[in-house]
Design a protein around this ligand. Structure first.
Ligand code: CA2
Length: 146
C-alpha cells in the first residue's frame, strides 16, 4: 500500500500567485498542489494537501496526522517564526517532518531567519519556490523506503 504524506500550509499561502511574485514566484498554491500530487504518484506516495490561516487548525491537523499519515511536510508560513504551539505539536507527533519554505528565509528579514519548526523537523528545504515541495516528497520517499 502507498505511504501517505500530509502537506500542511499555513497563513496567507492561499494568496500565492496574486502578489509578491519576486519573493514567492507566480505559481498559485493550487498549481503547487497539482505538481505535488503528480510527484507523489510518481514516487508511489499518496499526497494530501491542506491550507489554513488558523494556528489552532494547523495544530489539530498535526496532532491527528499520525493516525492516518506516514510523513508530514509543513510550510507553516509566518507561524514558522512565532508558534511554540506548532513546535510542541510537531515534537509529540510520531511521524517524520520536513519543513519547506518557498523563499530562502535566511536571506530575508532577521525575524524570518529563526524557525521554531526547524528545532523539530528532520530537515528544511527553502529557497526553491514550489519545487521545494517536490524535493521534500523525494526526501520523504527515500526516508520511508529505507
Ligand atoms: O517562504 C515561505 O514559504 C514562507 O513560509 C512564506 C510566508 C512567510 O511568512 C514566511 O516567512 C516564509 C508567507 C506566505 C505569504 O505569501 C503571500 C503570497 C502572496 C501574497 C501575500 C502573501
Amino acid at each position: 500500500m502507498a505511504s501517505k504524506v500530509l502537506v500542511l500550509n499555513g497563513p496567507n499561502l492561499n494568496l500565492l500567485g496574486t502578489r509578491e511574485p519576486d519573493v514567492y514566484g507566480n505559481e498559485t498554491l493550487a498549481d503547487i498542489e497539482v505538481k505535488s500530487l503528480e510527484r507523489g504518484d510518481f514516487l508511489g506516495l499518496q499526497v494530501e494537501f491542506r491550507q489554513s490561516n488558523t494556528e489552532g487548525q494547523l495544530v489539530d491537523w498535526v496532532q491527528q496526522a499520525q493516525e492516518n499519515f506516514d510523513f508530514l511536510i509543513v510550510n507553516a508560513g509566518a507561524y514558522t517564526h512565532t508558534s511554540v504551539a506548532l513546535l510542541d505539536a510537531i515534537k509529540s507527533c510520531n511521524i517524520p517532518v520536513i519543513e519547506v519554505h518557498l523563499s530562502n528565509i535566511h536571506q530575508r528579514e532577521e525575524f524570518r531567519q529563526h524557525s521554531y519548526i526547524s528545532k523539530v523537523a528532520l530537515g528544511t528545504i527553502c529557497g526553491f519556490g514550489g519545487y521545494g515541495y517536490e524535493l521534500a516528497l523525494e526526501a520523504a520517499a527515500k526516508i520511508l523506503n529505507k
